[in-house]
Every structure is written in C-alpha cells, then in structure tokens.
Write a protein that binds this ligand. Structure first.
Ligand SMILES: *[C@@H]1O[C@H](CO)[C@@H](O)[C@H](O)[C@H]1NC(C)=O
Ligand SMILES: *[C@@H]1O[C@H](CO)[C@@H](O)[C@H](O)[C@H]1NC(C)=O
Length: 236
C-alpha cells in the first residue's frame, strides 16, 4: 500500500516534469536509434521486482510497472508467431482476449496483418463482470511476414528469435497512458520455444488508474501464456 502511494507520488512528479518540457511525440524510427536492444535476450525480472523492461516504441523510457510471463512451448517460433497474429482465432482459445475487432480490409489473419494495423481488443477478467476494450496498434512483426525492423543490435551470436508487438493507444496522443506488449519467441533449437511476453506500462495519469489492477493483469497474462501453449501444442 505504502509502495503504491510512493509510486503514485513519483509518477505524478515525473508526469508534471514531462509536461513542462512538452516533448513532442518522437517517431518510432527516431527512438529506435537511441537504444539498440538485443530483444532475443530480454527475460522477465524476478517475481515482485519493481524492474520494468524496454519496449520497441519507448526504448529509453522508464516504465511504471510491468506484467511479464515466460514459458517453454512445444512448438516452433513460427507456429507461435502465426497464432499471435491470427487475430480472428483468439476467441477460440483465449480466456482473456474475447474478441479482436479489425478494419474491413483485414479479411484473413495473420496474412493481412501489417505494422500500423489498428485493432480493438475486448478483454475480460480485469474488472469483475465487465469487458474492457482497448485500441491496440501493431508495432513489430519480426517473423515470417511483414516488417523486420525491430531496432535490434547486430547480435549474430544470439539465438534466433521472432517478435510480435503491439502498443496500446489511448486515443489522446499518449497523454493519459502508454503501454506496449512485446512477445519474444526464442528458438531453443530442439523444436521448442522460449516465450517471453510482457507489457510495460509507462508513467501517466491513466496508468495510475490501472495500478490497482496490476496483480489481476499479471494473472491474466500468465493465463494467456498457458492458453496459447495449450492452443499451439494441440494444433500440432
Ligand atoms: C464480453 O465480450 C464477449 C465477446 O464479445 C461477449 O460474448 C460477452 O457477452 C461480453 N460480456 C459482457 C459482460 O459484456
Ligand atoms: C553483423 O555482424 C556480422 C559479423 O561481424 C557481419 O558479417 C554482418 O554483416 C552484420 N550484419 C548486419 C546486419 O550489420
């Protein structure tokens, strides 16, 4: 409780100081240059840590809180990547994401999914008895189709990985809340994949409202990983 108060105070101060400088929203491409990150080596911090993780759109910004899940899936990175971008199929396997609304030009998923695609997710279980909706924009598709630009280091020694990312859009130019959700799929070389999936929530008044739901969000992300594992392993 005390911790929440401290975090809240810290974030309000931080938010105000950002307001003074009134930094314009930098483009993703520009931001990617300042922080080259080896995404294939990103892992969840230890449980209950206050550490957060960088994301592709906001690589050098300090997160306010993080939810993160990591597990080994008995499928290839390509098979999991396919499932992550098969937005139409989510209601058939996910107990968290109940629906993903897509613009009319997106007929087939994952084939018609592109970086910049604007979707509306309907999720359940965050607030009891209510569905929550959020606009999510695809930001990284490092995989079998689409854009390969993830601003990564030249790490020819790291194991190969694929990456699927979307960011939350508050429809207020990020002034209320910014968060982004990367899923990183590291090839373990034996037909299995290390799935690391997280969402970093950045400082903002909207993020403060979400803070009390952190444990619930963590529970839902953990369950989402288990649902995904069950789904792709069953499809094999
Ligand atoms: C939540 O969304 C799902 C899928 O769109 C729908 O079937 C369900 O009735 C909704 N529940 C509530 C409480 O609105
Ligand atoms: C990465 O480094 C290797 C070894 O130095 C080099 O051969 C390769 O061209 C580099 N790749 C890129 C994309 O810069």
């Amino acid at each position: 409780m005390l911790l929440s108060v401290l975090l809240w105070a810290a974030s309000v101060l931080d938010w105000k100081s950002q307001g003074v400088h009134a930094r314009p929203a930098t483009t993703t491409a520009a931001r990617r240059d300042d922080a080259k990150i080896d995404w294939g080596s990103v892992r969840c911090p230890v449980e209950n840590s206050l550490e957060t993780l960088p994301t592709p759109t906001y690589p050098s910004e300090k997160g306010m809180f993080l939810v993160c899940t990591e597990l080994i899936i008995n499928a290839t990175p390509q098979e999991i990547y396919h499932a992550l971008f098969d937005f139409r199929a989510y209601p058939t396997w996910s107990s968290f994401v109940r629906d993903i609304a897509l613009p009319p030009e997106v007929v087939r998923t994952p084939e018609d999914v592109r970086v910049g695609l604007v979707t509306r997710f309907t999720t359940t279980g965050i607030v009891p008895l209510l569905n929550t909706t959020s606009v999510e924009i695809v930001t990284v598709m490092k995989g079998a189709f689409g854009d390969d630009d993830v601003g990564e280091k030249n790490t020819s020694t790291s194991p190969p990985y694929l990456m699927a990312t979307w960011r939350y859009d508050d429809e207020l130019h990020g002034t209320a809340s910014r968060s982004e959700h990367p899923s990183i799929l590291v090839d373990r070389g034996d037909g299995t994949t290390l799935y690391t999936s997280y969402e970093t929530y950045f400082t903002g008044p909207g993020t403060l409202l979400l803070l009390p739901f952190k444990q619930t969000l963590q529970k839902q992300y953990t369950q989402q990983g288990l649902d995904l594992k069950a789904y792709v392993e069953k499809a094999k």
